[in-house]
Design a protein around this ligand. Sequence first.
Ligand code: ADP
Length: 771
Amino acid sequence: MEISLTHRLSYKQASLTVLVAFILGTVLSIIQVGIDYVSEDASIDREIQALLDTSYNPASRIAYNLDAELAQELVVGLLRSPAVIDASIIAADRSTMAEASRPARVSQYRFISDYLFGARRQFERVLMIDRAPEENLGSLRIEVDTYAFGSNFLRRSMLTITTGFARTLLLSLILLVLFYFMLTKPLIEVVRSLSSRSLHKPNTAPLPCPPGHEHDEIGRLVGVVNHQLTSIDDEIKQRKNAEQRLNQSLQELETAVAQRTAELKATNTRLLNSNHELEHAQQQALQSAHTRATFLANMSHEIRTPLNGLLGMLSLALDAPSSSEQQQQLSIAHHSGKVLVDLLNDILDLSKFESGQLQLEHIAFDLKALVEDTASLLSQNAGPGVELTCLIDPQLPADVVGDPTRVGQVISNLISNALKFTRFGRVDVRVKPVEHGIEFTVRDTGIGITEAAYERIFEPFTQADAGITRQYGGTGLGLALSRHLCESMQGQLNVQSKLGFGSEFTAFLPLKSSAPPAQLEPLNGTVIGLTPVSSGLNEMLKTLLPHWGLDYQRLDTDASLLGHTPQIVISDCPECLYSTRLNCQAPILLITAYGSFLAPEQATSLAPLDQLARPLSQKVLRRALERHLRIQPTASKDLSTQPEESDYKACVLLVEDNPVNQLVAKGMLTKLGYRVIIANEGEHALKQLSEHPIDLVLMDCNMPIMDGYEASRRIRQSGEYASLPIIALTANALSDERQRCKAAGMSDYLAKPFTREELITALENGLKSRV
Ligand code: ADP
């Protein structure tokens, strides 16, 4: 490895030293030359003065003696001094006694000397003798050429500077050689042996130290490098070891990964297999759920039919005279049967949810009628101190699209809960249109629910607290089902409650309007309501009557009507009516529970009087108001409330193959004041229809020979009985049953086993639609 001369350390050091020595030498030489110059300058004057001193006495005697010859000799003698170029002795009278001169030396360097010392210098000394010191004898004059001195000075200076340069040069050479041998050469050796080492070939031999440098900086450097090399070697060894270990671990890892991959593959295959099995099992489960649901539906049909008979017979037996003990036993049996039917329905619905079989209908239906009918049906469960009111917003659409059965089920659950858990006060059912749907609120003043139980009560078979079942009965299924139903209709069901103060259940269902609210003709007149300010009736009248164009005024229940001339009085206090009648001739509408209706003779004595059942439906109220406001009050007649004028209310054709069911239905109908004609199957029904003046048909669906669907189709096809109400009687609880009945031409639907109230409502609705 060669390093160019100018880059060598020795060269750099030598040139630096030489430069410093050169500058220093030059400065010293200049100082020396300067000193020499000053001393030379002074020596010129000194030497000439000395010459003058030696020549002074002879010159003075020569001048005193006026000896021209001697004078001439003296001046010539003075010229022998190399510097003197002109010498003369001047007499006292200023005449020249003797003079000698010669030309100045010529040289190319004299200009330097002339510059430094001046070209010539003149010296003059006055001559005298000791005996006559006052006498001026003349003067001795000498002119000196300074070059005689300057040339010497120049020579010396040249020598000084030249030797200085030569010294410096010599010193540089010596230093260069010294530095080379002391620094550059050993360093180059170290570098050479360092660069000859290969990192890849392990070389444990230490780097050799150049001889003679063991203890100086180079020796140290080699020591440190050797130490570093040893460390690097160690490090490399360690790294190699680590690399080997790493490779080994990598190999182990690869083996483990390969093993795991194989295991995973095996697991995957197992999983795939079990997935297949699961899918298979799921399909089987779905199938069995479907089978179970069908089985449950069929079972419920099978169980309902005997239950229908059982309940019917029990209610007939209850109506027949019997001992109070028997009555109690029968009513317990009847109640248990009803609970069994409810339970059956709930379990059936729940199983449908679980098997995903719940199918929702999308048909237009009258929501107001549905809510009012449901409330009316359940009103029999209301305690005597509980006022059940339907507060339906007049802006509610006439028809909405949805599943009336399911909506009815939710409302029915909420109302029956409210009635069950309320002993005194009010149960209000509110329905109003809101953005994107309808909001149902059932508020009661019952026992309330703790906040902690809010979510729990929506779980199946769960109640707010353990004592509930003991005190109020129930299965804990109603709310779970209702919430499921709301959610499957894209709605929601929530609760707000305060323990001891009542509860408010709010259901939102996104039911679309399919017909705007009916435009009713405005009525005219003043109506006075005799009812407490806090009653549900007051709240209903306050909203509805002004909406229908009537003036509404509320007075306390027992207030006197003296001075008031209302067109109609509405009261909810049967006992107060006699005192009311004293001062008022206007027709009275008594709104009270079925059970509190006045006896026919009492009602006649208070005429004109209409008794309307609570919860008051808007339709019934409107009809009663219209009747009294337009037609003479005495001419009024209401199917549901007026005492019988003829033997039968109407003639009902009961088409039913099961003799027990025939007996039950016939018993109920007769008790309700209907004439009953029986047909055992469809064909028989058609025959009976042609022979009797039938007002309404109760049609069982499943019958031998000709079933109810076919019979209904035939009745409608004949064209003769287009407006004849046909109410389907079926124990089949599946959801498409209603659709099927409608398609066959039937106008309503009654699920077996039906209660007396359900039957009354269905009959009334059917007969009203016919009118
Ligand atoms: P059930 O009424 O058959 O017990 P639900 O699912 O209808 O079952 O109700 C569950 C529970 O929620 C009831 O047991 C009762 O504790 C509570 N609950 C429901 N509605 C009301 C209400 N209106 N007032 C007080 N508690 C209620």
